[in-house]
Design a protein around this ligand. Structure first.
Ligand code: NZQ
Ligand code: ZN
Length: 387
């Protein structure tokens, strides 16, 4: 088990009605709020009105229209408002896209130049406005981590940024806000949670026993409850368990004692950078293909463990168990309605090389991942997903 630092400064308020604490909590930072939200789901669900009512004693400025795969152009607008209106605290209402845009805005508010610089070079992030979150989709874990992923349409780049000052101060995780989530987003969010867990489970160090067992339970939680949430969108137990799985999936507890670079995420970020597809859908396509590509004598034991622990596969032979586990993963994604080929999401081979080279350039996939992959390997994985 490797040495590790586990730092989790975010105050999580989980459950029905938890937003009621917001006035008292936000008051600590000041009266001027920038509310950041997406394309309208918060208005349709009534959450926007509820928050306006709750926060009527505050002065609220708004940045609506944050797009999925948030763009630097939206971040720039937010930074401008923060500087002009002397915002005290940012309130992100939505999912990973709103939270991530808000993180970039929060540090951009203290930076005199273009906030894209802070994505390119995290050493330039020195200070950030406090960030509060009201979560409406469970997927990224951004509600309890210090990372953000921002896209630049001009350069087709989608890059990660991160700094300790970007941890949300408080996140409201009320599972009833997930009731309006459409099936496609419920499924894509689940694939994202599962991918986060798998990225941490399949890492060079495999002696972090406790961490691995926790990971398996988070995966089983997704497998158990996603179909229930799809069948019964207002099933509290299902939504609540998925919501907590999302937070645990990427608050770094599942990486304790492990370590190394990720594999499917660097590849997927290229797909969503070039084609603006839903992150979780891209992961559902790539994950089984990645598993098949890296299955070999060295990895078969670990894949067999995954198959037996998570999918109750009984095969005694490691290779056979591993292959069955991969099939189970693939059919689960299909069962919850996610695509399994790149053609289904309109992606052809035209940018394969460019995307593969970029994935290698901006991540540790070629040198520090579970199974090192160069650009040629990534192209082969993309090709195997064409369908
Ligand atoms: O924009 P609105 O109208 O709000 O609709 C959103 C959006 O279209 C909708 N939605 C959210 N809550 C809803 C709802 N619709 C109805 N009812 C609700 N309660 O769902 C759509 C997707 O929202 P988005 O915020 O984009 O989803 P998600 O949380 O999956 O975030 C994806 C982004 O996060 C990045 C991804 O790459 C992608 O850019 N990631 C961030 C990470 C992080 N910060 O740690 C890690 C992840 O690996 C990931 O890369
Ligand atoms: Zn993800």
């Amino acid at each position: 088990m490797n040495n590790f630092r586990f730092y989790a400064p975010t105050d999580i308020r989980f459950g029905k009605g938890q937003a009621d604490c917001l006035p008292e909590e936000l008051e600590k930072y000041g009266k001027r709020i920038l509310m950041v939200y997406g394309g309208g789901s918060v208005k349709r669900s009534g959450l926007y009105d509820r928050l306006q009512e709750l926060l009527k004693e505050f002065e609220i400025f708004e940045l609506p229209g944050i797009e999925p795969n948030p763009k630097i152009t939206s971040v720039r607008k937010g930074v401008e408002i923060c500087k002009k209106e002397q915002i005290d605290v940012i309130l992100a209402v939505g999912g990973g896209s709103c939270i991530d845009a808000s993180k970039n805005i929060a540090c951009g508010a203290f930076y005199e130049d273009d906030p894209w610089d802070l994505v390119l070079d995290r050493t330039k992030i020195t200070k950030a406005l406090p960030l509060a979150v009201v979560l409406t989709i469970c997927a990224t874990g951004s509600e309890m981590n210090n990372g953000a992923v921002i896209s630049n349409e001009e350069t087709n780049e989608k890059l990660e940024m991160g700094a300790d000052v970007l941890y949300p101060k408080i996140s409201i995780c009320d599972p009833t806000y997930l009731y309006t989530l459409p099936p496609a987003q419920t499924a894509a969010g689940t694939a994202d949670i599962m991918s986060h867990v798998l990225e941490q489970y399949f890492q060079p160090c495999d002696t972090a026993w406790l961490t691995d067992r926790l990971s398996e339970e988070v995966l089983k939680t997704c497998i158990r409850y996603c179909p229930v949430a799809l069948e019964e969108p207002e099933n509290y137990e299902a939504r609540a368990n998925l919501m907590w799985a999302s937070t645990l999936g990427l608050n770094h507890i599942l990486t304790a004692g492990k370590g190394g670079a990720w594999s499917c995420h660097p590849m997927e970020h290229q797909l969503s950078a070039f084609y603006d597809i839903t992150h979780g859908a891209g992961l559902a396509i790539l994950t089984p293909a990645w598993m098949r590509y890296v299955l070999c004598d060295r990895t078969a034991g670990r894949f067999a463990l995954y198959a037996r622990q998570v999918w109750d596969v009984e095969a005694e032979d490691d290779y056979q168990a591993a292959e069955e586990g991969i099939c189970c993963t693939e059919s689960f994604f299909r069962k919850i309605g996610l695509p399994s080929t790149l053609s289904e999401v309109g992606i052809g081979r035209e940018h394969f090389r460019e995307m593969a080279e970029k994935a290698v350039e901006v991540s540790g996939i070629a040198a520090r991942s579970y199974f090192h992959l160069g650009a040629e390997d990534i192209i082969k994985i993309f090709e195997s997903c064409l369908g």
